[in-house]
Every structure is written in C-alpha cells, then in structure tokens.
Write a protein that binds this ligand. Structure first.
Ligand code: 0O2
Length: 254
C-alpha cells in the first residue's frame, strides 16, 4: 500500500518536472523567433547578416541534477528556478566583434526582455583566454493558466571565439578539468591570435563595405536595380508619398 502511494507521488512529480522543463523550451522558442526576426530584418535593411548561426539547448535533467548538487542548492523546483539560470541556453555566433554588442542591444531593447545580468568576457577575458558576452535575461512565457517569467542564458561570440571555446572545452574535459601547463599556455596564445584575427577580419569587412558604399554613390541607380523590389513599385510609392490622398489610386496601378 505504502509503495503504491509512493509510486503515485513519483508519477505526479515526474509530470510536474516535465512541465517545469517545458517552460524553458518555450522560452528558447520565443528567443529563437526574436533572433530570426532580427536576422531577416537586418539582412533586408543592411544587406548583411550579423548572425552566422545559433544553437540552443535545455539543460538535461542529469546535468541539472549535477549542477544542483554542485551548488549545494535545495532540491525544490522554486530554488532550482531561482538559482540555476542557465537551464535554457542559447549561443549566438556572429561574424564580427561589433555585431556582438549590436545584437545584445537589439535584444535587450525589446520590451518583454528583462536584462538580469551581463558578463562581458570580451572586455575582460577569463585568465585562460575565454571570451564571450553572457547575458542572463528573463522572458515571459504564456502558459495555459499562467504567465511564467523564465531565465535564459544568452552567450554571444564571434566565430573565432566560438572555435577557441569548443576546443578548450574538449581539452578541459579530456584532462579532467586540469589542463597541463604547456597546453594552457598555448591555448592562451591561441586566444590572443583569435582576437587579432577578429580585429583583422572586421577591418577588412569595413574596408569592403566602404568601397560598396562609394560605388553606390557613383551609380545610385545600380543599387536600386540589384534590389529585389521592382523599380516601378519604388517609383509608385515615391509618387504616393508626394500626394498622399491619391496613394491608393496610384498603388492600384502597380
Ligand atoms: P555548459 O555545458 O556549457 O552549460 P554559473 O553557470 O552561474 O554556475 P558561472 O561561472 O558564473 O557559473 O557562469 P559563466 O561564467 O557565465 O559561464 C557559464 C557558461 O559559460 C559555461 O557553462 C560555459 O558554457 C561557458 N564558459 C564559461 N567559462 C568558460 C571557459 O573557460 N571555457 C569554455 N569553453 N566555456 C566557458 P557551463 O555550465 O560550464 O557548461
């Protein structure tokens, strides 16, 4: 009888835990949608995409359990929710260093995103050379019967920073968290090279963008023609702006 009662209790806890984890998945869905919008909008407006790729994950129950043990936290969902803020995590990889701050600003300016914590390991790299911008944000998730405000960790970094971090991560685990001194030194040097590469690539990108802008100044028509919008439509909208009362009439001719 006692066993039966415990089984029912465990089943209820499993259900509660599943629902608890689901809200983190929904929070990631929300942030991913925001990022996709920024990405597409940016591509159309600036003819350039600052986001190379993104990846997201909800912490597995096993690593959540291990982190709770490590942090010596109380095993209640309320405590875990407050103390472990990277259950939902998203990583954004950008082309250039300046994109990192631009994306961070665009996200944090959104009304439903609350910035809770910001760690800038780019301005202040970790002693091992690790660089990335970390944001902890809170985002509302609308469930069937309530609104949950969910923490999400956003890591934003360049391709070079990401390359370095994934290699360091592998080495860190291969050596069981104790990287030999020679390798640690080489990793630090590699981090410095990655920073130099980032600066160089951004400089080249700026130079080419300026050349493109100059070309457009010399031949403004060319920039319009390469656009996907037909020139006739641009002309119609321009005319409609000139005489706003007739805009529907003019646009209907397009
Ligand atoms: P995983 O598997 O990537 O999620 P906290 O999370 O608050 O307990 P901390 O140290 O305050 O711990 O958080 P911080 O500094 O914001 O770093 C959290 C995450 O950043 C890590 O998550 C890593 O993903 C990444 N990170 C931080 N430092 C390093 C580093 O030196 N090398 C690499 N490769 N990644 C780093 P987790 O929880 O460690 O693991």
């Amino acid at each position: 009888m006692e066993n039966q009662k415990e089984l029912i209790q465990l089943k209820a806890i499993k259900k509660e835990l599943t629902r608890f984890m689901m809200k983190y998945k929904f929070a990631l869905d929300e942030i991913n949608t925001k990022i996709n919008i920024l990405k597409e909008e940016f591509q159309y407006i600036h003819d350039y995409n600052p986001i190379e790729h993104t990846s997201s994950r909800v912490k597995s129950p096993k690593s959540l359990y291990e982190k709770t043990l490590r942090k010596n936290s109380h095993f209640s969902l309320e405590t875990i929710q407050e103390e472990i803020r990277d259950i939902a995590g998203i990583r954004i990889t950008c082309s250039f260093r300046s994109d990192i701050y631009r994306i961070s600003e665009m996200l944090c300016n959104q009304k439903d995103i609350e910035l809770v914590e910001r760690k800038d390991y780019i301005q202040h790299p970790k002693p091992n050379g690790y660089q990335s911008l970390h944001l902890i944000v809170k985002i509302p998730v609308f469930m069937s019967d309530c609104v949950e405000h969910v923490f999400v960790e956003i890591q934003i970094r360049t391709i070079a920073m990401d390359f370095w971090a994934s290699l360091e991560h592998k080495i860190f685990y291969k050596y069981n968290h104790d990287i030999p001194e020679r390798l640690a030194k080489e990793l630090k040097e590699a981090a410095i090279s990655a920073t130099e590469l980032d600066y160089k690539m951004e400089r080249l990108h700026k130079e080419v963008s300026e050349l493109k802008e100059n070309d457009e100044l010399v031949d403004p028509q060319a920039a319009l023609i390469t656009n996907e919008i037909p020139i006739q439509l641009l002309e119609m909208v321009r005319l409609a702006k000139k005489s706003p009362t007739k805009d529907t009439e003019i646009l209907s001719k397009v």
